[in-house]
Design a protein around this ligand. Structure first.
Ligand code: GRF
Length: 187
């Protein structure tokens, strides 16, 4: 199969990146990860790029027109899918308009519920019965674009923030790869 070139954006631990690198080794998985972008030079997830000899780019989101550097790299590596995997910055509108290819994000809630930060504490405070994770297309609003896939689980009375996070991340490792397969099934 001819794989599409993908780029993963991170800001932290990169456990989703690690999982996607593993999955991308499957012959039948539709993407090959050619580039990792981090807005934080200390993000431990960069190690996964290093270990797997994947080119990585640290961007300074405070520098003017940094999106032009980003676009240059994405074109150079012929990237046709960007996966935001724990990337904590909002992509500039100018970048979204100029990139023009697929960008997807993973969010640790059942969107449209609990957009934004501190999801687990808000879920507990709201006494939700169920939670989960969502992969969606990125548009100009936060955690807003068309939903590709979701998975959920029932919250137990024993769940604290840490437990919710662990349970959610286990589902993320399934939902992210499944969503990538899904979006390339139709084109
Ligand atoms: C994930 O839980 C994701 O839902 C959120 O950020 C977290 C990133 O975790 N957007 P990791 O860096 O992939 O371990």
């Amino acid at each position: 199969m001819v794989k599409k070139n993908a780029c993963i954006f991170i800001s932290g631990k990169g456990s989703n990146l690690k999982n996607l690198i593993g999955r991308s080794r499957d012959y039948n998985f539709p993407i090959s990860i050619k580039l990792v972008v981090s807005d934080k030079k200390e993000a431990s997830g960069i190690l996964h790029a290093k270990k797997n000899s994947i080119t990585f780019l640290i961007i300074n989101t405070k520098s003017r027109n940094y999106e032009n550097i980003l676009l240059k790299y994405l074109r150079k590596h012929k990237i046709s899918l960007i996966c935001l995997a724990g990337y904590m910055k909002i992509l500039p509108k100018k970048f979204l308009r100029n990139y023009g290819k697929k960008i997807i994000n993973i969010h640790p809630s059942l969107l449209p519920k609990f957009k934004g930060l501190n999801t687990f504490s808000r879920i507990l405070k709201n006494k939700e019965k169920k939670t989960g994770c969502t992969v969606h297309y990125v548009d100009e609003k936060l955690d807003n674009g068309k939903i590709i896939s979701q998975k959920s689980f029932f919250i137990s009375t024993k769940d604290d923030e840490e437990k919710l996070k662990n349970k959610t991340q286990k589902l993320e490792y399934l939902v992210f790869p499944e969503s990538i397969i899904k979006i390339f099934q139709n084109n």
